[in-house]
Design a protein around this ligand. Structure first.
Ligand code: SF4
Ligand code: FES
Length: 359
């Protein structure tokens, strides 16, 4: 039997007021009329708690667009779960946050697209910066811990020092600086988003210095730009190991991007329990542990560090989800990544960002 998961990522809706080109949600979004109903989510939370989940991350899209959010927060809280609200901040008024906090929100994770109003709103595709600043102030006024999350890419990496300063001003206890992962919509914009080596060479020491300077005040988590690295990231800390995701339509995913692996048979909470899916489904067991690995991972000492990298990335770049992540310098497919860097780093003409518009 697999160990119990720590947390449930509940993607309550794919609808979102922002239009970010780095969105990693699938190309085909779940329509509003296909979203799980309130009673379905309540059942999902019950099952997640029985399975051992202690954290419920209410995410999307924008979870504030669900009118039943207060009821879902209260239910998650009644189960004794730590409730994290993952939001763009758009729609998070003082009264709304006060009410959600009184019902059981324990923590808020707020997205920030760039250091300045102009940059943020250009990347978000709407005027959102001022509302984010206000939302951060409301979180602090309520006495809740705040995490700021910024997805990094070629369009904002030069502003990394300003982003760190902005998160400090917002009063964040934690700042997540996550280089873009190229799944879903973001893959379409890869040539506009991939950072250059020069940008990373400047940004990396700035982040390292800030981590040192802010130690004990604001934790900074830095997720690498793995196309430029010699080894892949330990994606999800192993497949089906720590967390499960339920998509807005009830599909249960071993990682939030798992629908990109078209060969994977995905199960749904309308048909099976989370317990059965977590422990017994072919999708969750497909890449658990080390048995599924081929060489070079199978005989590599780093397999317990990076778990062979990312299954979604392996599938997207090679068509085989069970192969070594091509980002790895030991992968026979590393030349695929090098070719992408070579061609997409020097496009004759940088294409325009395809903004994500959804209702
Ligand atoms: Fe990681 Fe596999 Fe590369 Fe070894 S061969 S470093 S386990 S991805
Ligand atoms: Fe799916 Fe890495 S994003 S395994």
């Amino acid at each position: 039997m697999a160990d119990a998961p720590f947390g449930l990522l509940a993607e309550l809706t794919h609808r979102c007021p922002l239009q970010c080109g780095y969105c990693s949600n699938p190309l085909e979004l779940v329509r509003r009329d296909a979203e799980l109903a309130t009673e379905d989510w309540r059942r999902v939370f019950d099952q997640a708690r029985s399975l051992g989940c202690l954290q419920i991350h209410l995410s999307g899209g924008e979870p504030l667009l669900r009118p039943d959010l207060p009821e879902l927060v209260a239910h998650a809280n009644s189960l004794g779960c730590y409730v994290n609200l993952v939001t763009s901040g758009v729609g998070l008024s003082r009264d709304r946050l006060r009410s959600l906090a009184s019902l059981g929100v324990d923590h808020v994770q707020l997205s920030l697209q760039d250091a300045t109003r102009e940059g943020n709103d250009r990347i978000a595709g709407i005027k959102a910066f001022d509302r984010k600043v206000e939302a951060a102030a409301h979180v602090l006024d309520e006495g809740l811990p705040l995490t700021v999350n910024t997805v990094l890419h070629r369009q904002n990496l030069d502003n990394i020092a300003g982003i760190i300063t902005m998160a400090e001003r917002m009063g964040a206890e934690r700042l997540e600086l996550a280089n873009t992962q190229y799944y879903g919509w973001a893959l379409r914009n890869r040539a506009v988003l991939l950072p250059t080596r020069e940008q990373l060479a400047v940004a990396d020491p700035i982040v390292a210095a800030a981590q040192e300077r802010l130690r004990g005040r604001m934790e900074i988590v830095y997720v690498i730009a793995d196309y430029h690295e010699a080894h892949p990231k330990p994606c999800m800390y192993g497949w089906g190991a720590r967390q499960l995701t339920v998509a807005p339509n009830g599909d249960v995913l071993p990682c939030p991007a798992a629908t990109v692996i078209s060969s994977l048979e995905i199960e749904n909470v309308r048909d099976s329990s989370l317990h059965d899916i977590w422990h017994h489904s072919p999708s969750f067991n497909a890449f658990r542990g080390f048995e599924w690995m081929k060489d070079p991972c199978r005989s590599c000492p780093r397999k317990e560090v990076d778990f062979g990298g990312c299954r979604c990335q392996a599938f997207q770049l090679t068509g085989d989800a069970a192969t070594t992540d091509p980002v790895c310098s030991l992968s026979p497919d590393r030349s695929t990544v090098d070719l992408i860097l070579e061609t997409e780093m020097k496009p004759a003409e940088v294409p325009a960002m395809a903004m994500r518009k959804m209702q």
